[in-house]
Design a binder for this molecule. Structure first.
Ligand code: BGC
Length: 795
């Protein structure tokens, strides 16, 4: 999305155009309220020392502020263009000079930012600097692969580096706040926003969230090349019912605590300075008006002392959610819940003053929110130098520089997943003649994926360009489009209305397929570049049918019928249902939306300059009817054991229970063998640790990397436990023929979960540890957690 952002923003960069259109108690327990969970788990609150200098500075400043100015700090406006909601900010210039704006988003470039910042600094009474936020989701100007792709690299250093580069570019471009990472666990590929997160797994999602926060914020938030992270969307947004965006979420407390909430907590523990509320309701109470979530859990239990911003007009949306009749009422609901900053809706700005007068809310509540926002500004160093992030010279030297493009290419290669490679069809030979077919072959726009921020699609490398760059003179390339990306004219109109740039070929589907077949017949190998357009994933882009859209499958069938080797290169942002493709293609390479250097990275992999090492982090189903499908499910009382004629088992009549590709799956051009695990002890003592070792051998013909994954199963407990859970992994590089011992350490902590009383404990008893190249093809060893001293602890 937002490919037209840059043009619009550059247009306004010379002048700001207004678009019409703490407390920390020492311990706390999860309280109930509004029908929300009443967990009994107690979690000590981290003791964050208050910076006395900051406190004094803000005390002094707030001493001078009027109530109106304090409420002004709670107001976040969008300057640029309408983004994701029906409302746009008005009277921005005037409000800034009156001290009625705390932050701005959707504006960047040093000139545009400086212009607005100057207004606040020179024309407002107290000269309080503005925050400048933006959706920097997978890169700022240099665009990296979509987050779901980044996660598939299982390479935390690469993920952190992508965020570090994004922060360097964003901060050089005037920004000091990014609306990322999105750590929503998602198990429903119909939900378009699955592309924006790390996939289905809690533990892996937590590691990715932490790596991104480290990358954005570095060690010093006040440095001129770091930005404040915003953990979103708090909370449980990824569990929207039926995969339909903005839909309701209804979830047991156990599932929340164990599966969905830990990645937010992990990103906050990594130091993220802000949180964004989500659009959905949680068990009937919308997140933005949910006091249990925003205060009892986030503040009192987790001890978060940063600022909470709403999602786009989310306070206004409390009205259709049914939490209030009008803006006046929902302003109170949101403030009472614990929200600090109102994104675009201006509900706080319009109504908090009156609410104080009417004694419906207190000035103290507003003080708390205002202080958190001022603290964020202080930590970013904005009071010292409000123009710290608006330096034209730095922007010129930093944005899209070669080093960053090279990094984008390298990181993109690491995210690609080889799903199938029959008869070693890949890598391609540099002497082959290639029929390049498909609606995405030439697309630059789609390489960037959705939420491409300030990325310029004209800078993106298409698959065709990449192949020409990498293949060399020995390769003959012919091309046919073969199919349109979609045939549904309404969908095409919708996509193009939001920056899709999709050119529809007016020829009939049959004529296009005929031409492609002719081209294919004359080549040695077919490379079909198919999938989704970037706008088919992301916000408000749920799909109920997750097969290849339009006539692309018919195209593949016709290409297959030529008898030529068929390589399917996928570009998409979600797990797709690819049964026919999986059965019939010779090779399948999942490239996601790979970013600015996407085409080069894809060509590097296709021609073997890089040996693929990615693994999917969200299960690919056989068909959409299996959804939600994820690897760490619970055992049922009637598990299906594979006996076709068994009737009273948990199974479908028309499709197996197995996914098409399991979580953690991905091939390499080489092969690896992983031995059964050996344990340092079969009896883990509480408080002790054990090692789990495997021999990993590169048994094929290429050097390559393997992601060795460790899972644990708790066989008997006070509550049923998942069939396995990821607890660790190591990505190792092995030269061909090489063997390495990979060793993991397991402790009692790795075995903890919420027991029958919602206490976070490890229960003594029997476990199995599994190790393998994915969640399915594992080898196992049993062990026991012995009983002495198993005690409650912290997640
Ligand atoms: C999205 C957020 C985004 C915000 C600001 C919303 O519609 O849900 O993820 O950060 O818009 O652009």
């Amino acid at each position: 999305m937002r490919n037209f952002t840059l043009a619009l923003l550059l247009l306004i960069s010379g002048g700001c155009t207004q678009m019409p259109p703490q407390k920390t108690p020492e311990t706390a327990s999860v309280g109930s309220g509004q029908n929300q969970p009443a967990a009994t788990a107690t979690i000590p609150i981290p003791n964050r020392p208050q910076d006395p200098k900051m406190k004094k500075f803000i005390d002094d400043l707030m001493g001078k502020m009027t109530l109106e100015e304090k409420i002004g700090q709670l107001n976040l406006v969008s300057v640029g263009f309408t983004v994701t909601g029906p409302v746009v900010s008005e009277n921005v210039d005037e409000n800034i000079t009156k001290g009625l704006v705390g932050g701005v988003f959707n504006t960047f470039t040093p000139i545009a930012v400086r212009k607005l910042q100057e207004k606040a600094i020179t024309q407002s009474r107290l000269k309080i600097p503005l925050l400048f936020g933006y959706d920097v989701i997978h890169g700022h100007r240099t665009i990296f692969p979509m987050p779901i792709a980044l996660a598939a690299s299982w390479d935390m250093a690469a993920i952190e580096r992508s965020a570090r580069i994004a922060a360097d570019e964003a901060s050089a471009d005037g920004l000091n706040w990014v609306f990322s990472p999105m750590v929503d666990i998602a198990r429903d590929p119909r939900w378009g926003r699955i592309a924006e997160g790390a996939g289905e797994d809690t533990w892996l999602g937590s590691q990715v969230g932490k790596a991104m926060v480290r990358g954005y914020q570095g060690n010093d938030l006040a440095a001129n090349n770091t930005v404040m992270a915003c953990v979103k969307h708090f909370a449980l947004y990824g569990a929207a019912e039926a995969g339909r965006d903005y839909n309701t979420t209804d979830m047991s407390e156990r599932r929340m605590m164990e599966e969905y909430l830990p990645p937010y907590k992990a990103a906050l523990d990594a130091g993220a300075g802000s949180v964004m509320s989500s659009f959905n309701d949680i068990n009937g109470v919308a997140a933005t008006g949910n006091r249990w979530l925003m205060t009892e859990l986030l503040r009192n239990q987790w001890g978060f002392d940063g600022m909470v911003v709403t999602d786009y007009t989310a306070i206004n949306e409390l009205i259709p959610h049914g939490l209030g009749k009008n803006e006046y009422e929902v302003a109170k609901v949101a403030l009472d819940a614990g929200i600090d900053m109102d994104m675009v809706g201006e509900v706080f700005l319009k109504h908090l003053g009156q609410l104080v007068k009417d004694k419906k809310v207190t000035e103290d509540q507003i003080n708390v929110a205002c202080r958190r926002i001022l603290e964020a500004k202080y930590k970013l160093g904005l009071f010292e130098d409000p123009y710290r992030y608006a330096n034209e010279q730095r922007a010129k030297e930093t944005l899209l520089k070669k080093e960053y493009r090279d990094a984008a290419r390298d990181i993109a290669r690491r995210t690609m997943v080889l799903l199938k490679n029959q008869n070693q069809t890949l890598p391609l030979k540099k002497t082959a003649s290639i029929a390049l077919v498909g609606p995405l072959v030439k697309s630059q726009v789609d390489q960037l994926g959705n939420w491409n921020g300030a990325g310029d699609w004209k800078q993106a490398i298409s698959v065709e360009q990449g192949i020409r760059n990498v293949a060399g003179a020995g390769v003959k390339i012919t091309y046919a489009k073969g199919a349109n990306i979609a045939d549904d004219t309404l969908m095409l109109r919708r996509l193009n209305a939001h920056g899709g740039n999709i050119e529809v070929d007016p020829r009939s589907a049959e004529a296009m397929i005929r031409e492609a077949v002719q081209v294919a017949r004359r080549a040695d190998v077919i490379v079909a570049v198919v999938g989704e357009s970037q706008g088919m994933t992301g916000e408000a882009s749920s799909r109920s049918d997750i097969t290849l859209p339009g006539r692309q499958l018919d195209l593949l069938k016709a290409l297959k019928a030529t008898g030529k080797p068929l390589v399917v290169v996928l570009m998409n942002g979600r797990p797709l249902a690819l049964k026919w493709e999986s059965d019939n293609a010779d090779a399948i390479l999942e490239t996601w939306f790979a970013g600015t250097e996407g085409g080069n990275a894809i060509a590097d992999v296709l021609f073997g300059n890089y040996n693929p090492s990615g693994k999917i982090t969200a299960t690919f189903p056989q068909n959409v009817g299996q959804v939600p499908i994820y690897y760490n499910q619970k055992m049922t009382g009637r598990p299906y054991g594979g006996q076709q004629l068994d009737k009273y088992k948990s199974r479908y009549l028309d499709v197996p229970n197995d996914p098409l590709y399991p979580f953690g799956f991905g091939l390499s051009y080489t092969t690896f063998s992983i031995s059964a695990p050996t344990l340092s002890t079969a009896n883990l003592q509480p408080g002790g640790n054990m090692t789990v070792s495997v021999q990993v051998q590169n048994t094929g013909n290429y050097d390559g990397e393997e992601v060795v994954q460790l899972y644990v199963q708790d066989l008997v407990g006070t509550v049923s436990r998942p069939v396995k859970e990821l607890k660790n992994f190591k990505k190792v590089f092995l030269k061909k023929g090489e063997t390495q011992t990979v060793t993991f350490t397991l402790t009692e902590n790795d075995l903890k979960f919420y027991d029958i009383n919602m206490k976070y404990v490890a229960e003594p008893g029997d476990f199995i540890v599994y190790v393998g190249p994915n969640s399915r093809d594992v080898k196992s060893a049993p062990f026991t957690l012995t009983s002495s001293g198993a005690a409650a602890g912290n997640p």
